[in-house]
Ligand binder design. Structure first.
Ligand code: HSE
Length: 307
């Protein structure tokens, strides 16, 4: 039996809708996983979230099943969800579960796949969760660090180097489903906006490569997705300004929201941004949960091996 930690992730990172993401140290999912002789995936839930335990309806089992199908394997697994990122929070809750399951199964089966080869299986969990097999949460959850999805067909994932960065996550206690948050997006982009967006995305990647904090800050702008999704988060722009006034390099919506992330060059600034954002939600009468974490370079991992 193995116990696995799988990290929360921030997808999009402002200008990189569906193509950019990074992993956190906290929060994360914890599962235990073992082989069984039933030929089935059996799920147990010790979290407060009443997760669906029918394999066809559970993103973890869907991801694992796609991996077993690729191996033509009838192997049974028993998975217990020990603790879980709150579903619908915007920090890759479904991705963490899917990554944990395919990573854990790969370990228990003697590593038939490399970590990058696990990404397409975890993406099937995302398809089940949101209707789209996006990889910008599962890739950093599996590989750690910052990842760029240069292409989906064929899948081409580029791990990006980065200077020390601290993420602040503020999770207001409102639920936004990724599937709903995707439905409201416009399907066409004016060329002027596209020019701004790809300029910022290239600038952000260049800033990460050259450890240029100012360039990273200048590039953390989303002119396409954020203006639409900001409507789902009360006083989003005031909260974003509060984070930047506190010294953060930039701030935007984490994944499909409602969590908001900020990036800072050091932990003290990240904590100041957290306080400023939290205080703003407090004034609105909205409870919010805070996380401050450096970028997690490792990704999903085994916590302890009891077998
Ligand atoms: N790129 C996805 C979206 C991430 O923004 O819909 C969801 O976490």
């Amino acid at each position: 039996m193995i116990k696995i930690f799988s990290p929360a992730t921030v997808a999009n990172v402002a200008c990189g809708f569906d193509v950019l993401g990074f992993a956190l140290h906290t929060p994360g999912d914890q599962i235990s996983m073992a082989l069984n002789n039933t030929g089935r995936i059996e799920l147990h839930d010790q979290t407060p979230y009443r997760l669906p335990l029918t394999p066809e309806k559970n993103v973890t089992a869907v991801a694992l099943q796609s991996m077993l199908d690729a191996l033509h394997s009838q192997q049974g697994f028993t998975i217990t969800f020990l603790s879980k990122i709150m579903p619908g929070s915007g920090v890759g809750s479904s991705a963490a579960s899917a990554a944990a399951a395919v990573f854990g199964a790969n370990e228990l089966l003697g590593r038939p796949f490399t970590r990058p080869q696990l990404v397409p299986f975890a993406m099937q969990g995302e398809r089940a969760a949101s209707g789209t097999a996006h990889a910008d949460n599962v890739a950093p959850a599996l590989l750690g660090g910052f990842t760029l999805i240069r292409s989906y067909t064929p899948l081409d994932i580029i791990p990006l180097p980065h200077p020390p960065l601290y993420a602040t996550i503020v999770h207001p206690q409102i639920e936004v489903r990724t599937s709903d948050s995707r439905k409201i997006l416009r399907q066409e982009v004016p060329i002027k906006k596209a020019i701004q967006q790809w300029g910022n995305l290239a600038g952000l990647v260049a800033g990460l490569f050259t450890n240029d904090y100012q360039l990273i800050g200048r590039s953390l702008h989303d002119v396409i997705i954020e203006p639409v999704r900001a409507l789902l988060i009360p006083e989003f722009y005031a909260i974003k300004q509060a984070a930047i006034d506190a010294g953060a390099l930039g701030c935007s919506i984490s994944g499909s929201g409602p969590s908001i992330f900020a990036l800072s060059p050091d932990e003290a600034t990240a904590r100041q941004a957290a306080q400023a954002m939290h205080a703003h939600f407090d004034r609105l009468g909205i409870d919010s949960h805070l996380f401050v974490s450096p970028i997690n370079r490792e990704g999903v991992k085994i916590m302890e091996n009891e077998g």
